[in-house]
Design a protein around this ligand. Structure first.
Ligand code: GTP
Ligand code: MG
Length: 326
């Protein structure tokens, strides 16, 4: 989702003042009388500063989508990462601040029009800037909230829900993202620590002229929904809202840092919670797993495919066959 960069409050004021000063000089340059020109310039500075700020604030409000109109999947991803009520309140605060600044500007300009001297006009403008600055300072926490919220919105995955999809799930650090890379050739972030993937990442895989989505999800621990962190909750949202096959990744070695028993327990839970889905288990890291580790894992998970750094088992074909059925 596209949302333009949002300036911080200080940057916003600096830009507003800079732009307004330029516009004010330009718009009053033709006035002959030096005194009238100077007074008009102060009025113009007030007007252009207020217009700039009002326009920016309104734009911020317009850029955020209406939560109610979003796809349920996106809606849920947003509500696990931020408080939607606070988002609404902060957007309301933006709109109000913009209008208030505009009103203060109108009052100050009216005062200058009542036969103010050049000195008075400068004082009125300074008063306006001081009030606008203090309002921006007060709006600063809202602006910061919205800057952080923007990051969550732009990270929302763009999905074509009509395409067949593979959801890659499993414990943290078991190699889910590596598998996305193996299946799609994309270059996602992979690292030897848990919770590297913090959002839903999508890759595309082609198989016999079928376009297939491969959706990488953050790692899940074997625990109840209420105890899960927001990053885990995003994975659950994907499983809930994307009607695809589940590719459950198991690390039979201990290199991920989580016992096989817990991984198998999570596997069973996901299988029973998302019944009716095609389900395939991948035993990953076969290149470093011992024969015993592979045997034990295979016994505990039942039917599965094998993957690893040096594995040439036609993983893509095996996975696609389960999904497409040919
Ligand atoms: N030897 C070996 N290492 C692997 C394999 N797959 C992944 N790894 C390593 O395991 C670590 C975790 O890999 P990721 O792909 O980031 O794992 P993930 O499941 O996406 O992790 P999170 O996003 O944190 O949940 C990295 O150091 C990878 O290089 C494999 O088949 N063999
Ligand atoms: Mg990952």
């Amino acid at each position: 989702m596209k949302i333009d960069y949002i300036q911080g409050s200080e940057e916003l004021l600096d830009n507003a003042l800079g732009k307004a000063a330029k516009q004010a000089s330009k718009s009053t340059a033709a006035i002959r009388s030096a005194n009238i020109r100077a007074i008009s310039k102060e009025k113009a500075k007030i007007r252009f500063t207020a217009e700039y700020l009002y326009e920016r604030f309104s734009k911020i409000v317009r850029m955020f989508p209406t939560i109610e109109e979003m796809h349920p999947f996106h809606k849920e991803l947003i509500s696990v990462s931020l408080d939607v009520k606070t988002l609404r309140e902060n957007l309301g605060h933006m709109q109000k601040t913009g209008s208030l600044i505009k009103n203060i500007a109108a009052t100050q300009i009216r005062k200058i029009r009542k036969n103010a001297s050049k000195k008075d006009a400068i004082a009125m403008k300074n008063q306006f800037i001081a009030r606008a600055a203090s309002m921006l300072k007060r709006a600063s926490p809202s602006i910061e909230f919205l800057r952080a919220a923007r990051k969550e919105f732009i990270e929302l995955p763009e999905l074509d829900f009509s395409l067949p999809a593979i959801l890659v799930a499993g414990f943290p650090n078991v190699g889910k993202t590596t598998l996305l890379k193996r299946l799609t050739g994309s270059e996602p972030e992979i690292a030897p620590y848990p919770f590297t993937t913090k959002g839903i990442k999508v890759g595309h895989m082609e198989y016999k002229f079928h376009e297939i989505l491969v959706i990488d999800t953050p790692g899940l621990l074997d625990r109840e929904y209420e105890k899960r962190n927001p990053v885990e909750k995003k994975a659950i949202s994907a499983l809930k809202h994307v009607a695809g096959m589940v590719l459950f990744v198991v690390d039979p070695t201990l290199s991920c840092g989580y016992p096989l028993k817990e991984q198998v327990s999570l596997m069973k839970e996901i299988k029973s919670n998302f019944k009716g889905r095609k389900f395939l288990v991948v035993l990953n890291k076969s290149d470093i797993a011992s024969e015993d580790e592979m045997k034990l894992a295979a016994k505990l998970v039942g039917s599965c495919v094998v993957s690893g750094e040096t594995e040439k088992t036609g993983l893509k074909e095996q996975v696609a066959k389960v999904l497409i059925g040919k």
